[in-house]
Design a protein around this ligand. Structure first.
Ligand SMILES: *Cc1c(COP(=O)(O)O)cnc(C)c1O
Length: 479
């Protein structure tokens, strides 16, 4: 029988020959009683720390799990073995989570590691908003009910030139809301090259289906022209949707239709043009030696009716889905029932607001971690790497050196683009094991393995964590 997921795994140990002679009843008698378990100090410590009812329950369930998996050859675990397992289970699963990890992968926006770390100001805004009541939906002047969207809409307008803005849970929700509000039971025209999967099972054709819209694919995988869209416009057309290819690149003989051509077409035929830019960088990525990432403000300037992007990718803020564009459409989205279902919470809204203010103050490189990382020069990073190396004592087991390496942006932004970076390389026996030990430690550090060596790319390590990195590497590589 498979252990239940919410119970610690107690493996029955294999048979030992003299015990195999005992019969089943004898086995069952060996299983400790609940009261004897509760007298064990590790269990009584848990009772002191947590609810005694819950701990008693988990003890009972664990014992009945052992009972139900016992056969005449099982070796029954001792009280202290069971207590250890329960205690480990409780301490692993009933502690604050997610745990902080140090990202030494060199992938700036790493979805598995929680995407963008927040600026101090954003973090503070989120905590402030949560520790007390707030005027989230109350106009203090009139005393009347307000909208949580009013301020952020104004900030987004100021930053992008859009008439209005709306924020929801994440960009997937934003897109779903936009399509549901504008194209329910209508057709949505999408280029064949853009009817893609964005990651984590988020596929454009499925999103359309869920929104109650019908996908009409036009063009070919590599080339789509504005005439291809125009030919498919009928009475049934609800929207034209363009999606930025955020996690792949089609190279060679390709042609895509510009947003301004699509917007002209949409305007001429009275059809809203929706542009999902994915990451959406308010800053010009080419200034950092990277390829151009679509900018939401450029999308609006080119005439898109609505532009969609994430809060926690290149914007460098909390998880959020941002929609900017024409007021009449933003209002339509706000009134849709899904807007309520996808509503952003106050902590994220506060953090997003603080992040947007960094842009208005032109202090992105100084304040927003994602932009600090992207704008860091190899020289800056090399200095940090040398300092770290100096703090690590060398030995014969591993060769540890500073190397040049390449970081990527990740998180559905700038596929195929790399930035020159600097890291610490540790070569020696069994790099996978070393990387796993370091990942499983008290201060987990996630590295990458390249050419049989463990690489810690320092571009994505927050400079405050450099000392921890040095200590953890020292501890794990000493003889
Ligand atoms: C990442 C991405 C999304 C989904 O955004 P989330 O904020 O993760 O929900 C949608 N569209 C594109 C093009 C993306 O790159």
């Amino acid at each position: 029988m498979k252990p239940k997921e919410n119970l610690p795994t107690i493996y029955n140990k294999g048979l030992s020959s003299h015990k195999s002679l005992l019969n089943m009843q004898e086995k069952l008698r060996q299983i400790p009683s609940v009261s004897s378990m509760l007298m064990n100090t590790r269990i009584s410590n848990l009772v002191d720390e947590f609810s005694s009812e819950v701990i008693t329950k988990i003890v009972q369930n664990t014992l009945s799990e052992i009972r139900s998996t016992t056969n005449c050859t099982s070796e029954i675990p001792t009280i202290s073995e069971i207590a250890d397992q329960i205690s480990d289970h409780v301490h692993t699963n009933w502690s604050n989570w997610p745990r902080n990890v140090i990202n030494a992968t060199g992938v700036v926006i790493h979805t598995n590691l929680g995407r963008a770390p927040l600026s101090l100001e954003s973090m503070k805004a989120a905590t402030d908003s949560s520790k007390s009541y707030s005027d989230l939906e109350l106009e203090l002047i009139s005393g009347k009910r307000g909208s949580r969207q009013v301020r952020v809409s104004k900030l987004l307008s100021a930053l992008t030139g859009a008439e209005a803005g709306l924020v929801v849970n994440n960009n997937a929700a934003a897109l779903m809301l936009g399509l549901s509000a504008l194209a329910l039971e209508k057709e949505v025209i999408v280029s064949r090259s853009e009817a893609v999967e964005i990651g984590g099972g988020f596929r454009i054709p499925d999103v359309l289906k869920q929104s109650g819209a019908t996908l009409v694919e036009v063009g070919t995988t590599n080339r789509t022209y504005v005439e291809d869209y125009e030919r498919e416009i009928t009475e049934e057309t609800g929207a034209i949707l363009s999606i930025h290819a955020s996690n792949f690149k089609i190279i060679g003989f390709t042609s895509t239709t510009s947003i301004s051509d699509l917007s002209n077409l949409g305007a001429r035929r009275g059809i809203p043009v929706l542009h999902d830019v994915g990451s959406g960088s308010l800053l010009d990525t080419t200034k950092y030696g990277l390829a151009a990432e679509p900018q939401p403000q450029a999308s609006i300037a080119a005439g898109a009716d609505l532009c969609f992007f994430s809060g926690d990718k290149l914007l460098g803020g909390p998880q959020a889905g941002i929609v900017i564009g024409r007021k009449k459409y933003i209002e339509k989205l706000s009134r849709h029932p899904l807007a309520r279902a996808f509503r952003i919470d106050k902590m994220n809204l506060a953090a997003l607001t603080a992040t947007l203010i960094h842009y208005l103050k032109e202090e992105t490189e100084a304040k927003i971690p994602v932009w600090q990382m992207i704008s860091a020069t190899s020289d800056d990073i090399r200095k940090r790497a040398s300092n770290i190396l100096n703090k690590i004592s060398s030995n014969d087991l591993y060769s540890i050196e500073v190397i040049q390496t390449e970081s990527t942006i990740g998180g559905g932004s700038l596929p195929g683009e790399t930035m020159e970076s600097v890291g610490i390389k540790i070569a020696g026996n069994n790099p996978e094991k070393l990387a796993a030990n370091i990942r499983n430690g008290n201060r987990p550090i996630v590295s990458r393995i390249e050419d049989d060596a463990v690489i810690f790319d320092l571009r994505t390590v927050l400079p405050n964590d450099d000392d921890i990195l040095a200590t953890v590497i020292s501890e794990n590589t000493k003889e």
